[in-house]
Ligand binder design. Structure first.
Ligand SMILES: Cc1ncc(COP(=O)(O)O)c(C=O)c1O
Length: 482
């Protein structure tokens, strides 16, 4: 029922301490009453003097609100007359404007994509505080911020002089094509490289462009939950493939899927390196144009015990492999830059899809990074971090054996930024994670990274981001908890 004249002031509630000024509050609330149909077309509002008295505000406050609503087309206000509502609002409770009826908002009907996203606990499960021994990070404290700041500054200063090319075709593509060829054995022209805000953006783009609901996707089990979540949300049937010492295995009897996601350089979370035989087996099993492989090389820059093993993408002669990378681990996670090397046949489709979804990274930051890499700062930083992280890995392994050797067995990864400490007895890794978090040590339960019934129980521990003294202190706390 429309609101009577005398009820208007009762429906308006102004908060003096509110950040929004009184005029803004009054304008907004009157606008809502009109938009929701509580004040219908033709309804005469109280005079500014009367409303100001009722609300205990100055007359100017009310006059300004009326003027604003008149300018927006909600009211006709003329001097000496009560303003009249001119806009046709909806019926009360029909959902136009804010609801002042007090009714509970209706449950939104989400798309299948958003509904499926809500069924996973990723990324919530990855949002623990940044404290020792949280996995998944390099040490941001070691990043050469002064040099990076100079690159950023030069990029901004030169912005006006840069030629405006197609969106996202910056010098970074060219520099990255050279870096990936020489350091990771990736075979790609710069035209195949899309710069994105993250590796996760690359996975979402691949899922959006390739997955039809019902398609089969294979992932590693245990594996990276962000990938499973992205493919599931697009409607894929995601199946986890067990690991052995050579990495992901092909389960016998399954027909080839639409897509296989893998982390062959350092399997996430175990850090295992996929053998050459296994890489070849997967490549043979993926028919060109039918089965795609997505290689996520999230921390492939960090190898400690031997020369880095080249990317699987470099072995592919038929354009079946997407290669995904990120600067989140090699630089800092807040740099928000990743990339996707797209098979030649799909470059055009992916460029269009990227533009539609709007997953474009800032060209200022891209230019700064191109300079950072071209001038040798990136490789210098990697060299320094390799030495540092290598020592931290060895320190963590030594301390784990010394202080917690009875409880955990450690599989020492040949590279990467984290390792798995397996529980020798028992299966309570999730309870252990909770207990340790209360004591101030952040870890991740390996069983939570499985799609089905977990076989492995243990803790994923980060070593790259933490100083040796921090690692020792965290392990002493762990020892006192077990
Ligand atoms: C295996 C793996 N891939 C991708 C990512 C995501 O990287 P980005 O921050 O660039 O999305 C992570 C982050 O933890 C990861 O562990």
């Amino acid at each position: 029922m429309p609101v009577s004249d005398s009820m208007i002031s009762a429906l308006i509630e102004l908060k003096r301490a509110d950040d929004a000024g009184l005029v803004a509050q009054l304008t907004g609330q009157l606008r809502n009453l009109i938009a929701t149909g509580h004040l219908g077309k033709g309804h005469a509002l109280p005079s500014s003097r009367r409303l100001a008295d009722d609300l205990g505000v100055s007359r100017n406050t009310v006059t300004y609100a009326f003027e604003q609503l008149a300018a927006e087309g909600y009211l006709a206000a003329s001097h000496g007359r009560r303003p009249v509502v001119t806009a046709d609002g909806g019926a009360p409770g029909d959902g136009v404007g804010a609801d002042v009826s007090g009714a509970r908002p209706a449950k939104p009907h989400l798309s299948p994509w958003a509904s499926k996203l809500k069924q996973t606990d990723w990324p919530m499960s990855y949002q623990a505080p940044l404290k020792p021994l949280r996995p998944g990070h390099g040490d941001a404290r070691e990043f050469p911020n002064e040099i990076w700041a100079r690159c950023l500054r030069r990029s901004a200063v030169h912005a006006a002089r840069r030629e405006l090319g197609p969106v996202n075709r910056t010098r970074l593509c060219e520099v990255l094509a050279h870096y990936l060829a020489t350091s990771r054995g990736v075979r790609a022209t710069e035209g195949q490289i899309l710069i994105l805000p993250s590796a996760q953006a690359a996975l979402t783009l691949i899922a959006a462009a390739l997955i039809t609901p019902g398609d089969d996707v294979w992932v590693e089990d245990p594996g990276y939950p962000g990938a499973a979540a992205a493919f599931r949300a697009s409607g894929a049937r995601v199946t986890g493939m067990r690991l052995d010492e050579q990495g992901m295995q092909r389960m016998p009897g399954l027909t080839a899927p639409k897509l296989i996601f893998m982390t062959p350089s350092h399997q996430h979370p175990t850090g295992r390196l996929m053998s050459l035989a296994r890489r070849t087996e997967f490549l043979r099993a993926s028919r060109p144009g039918k089965t795609w492989i997505v290689e996520d090389d999230y921390d492939g820059e960090f190898h400690y015990d031997s020369r880095p093993v080249p990317a699987l993408q470099g072995l592919d002669a038929h354009g079946r492999v997407f290669y995904v990378g990120t600067f989140s681990k090699a630089m800092t996670s807040d740099i928000r830059l990743g990339y996707l090397v797209v098979p030649p046949a799909l470059v055009n489709t992916f460029e269009i899809a990227q533009r539609h979804i709007g997953l474009i990274a800032s060209s200022h930051v891209q230019e700064a990074l191109a300079e950072f890499i071209a001038d040798g700062h990136f490789l210098a930083h990697l060299r320094r971090m390799r030495r540092l992280y290598h020592a931290r890995r060895d320190h963590l392994v030594g301390e784990l054996e010394r202080l917690l050797g009875e409880i955990f067995s450690v599989e020492v990864p040949s590279g990467g930024i984290q390792l798995v400490a397996r529980l020798k007895r028992g299966r309570g890794d999730q309870a252990a994670v909770r207990r340790l978090a209360e004591a101030g040590v952040v870890t991740r339960a390996v069983s939570s990274l499985s799609l089905g019934k977990p076989r492995d129980h243990g803790l994923l521990l980060g070593f790259a981001a933490w100083r040796e003294s921090e690692i020792s202190a965290a392990l002493r706390t762990m020892a006192s908890c077990f």
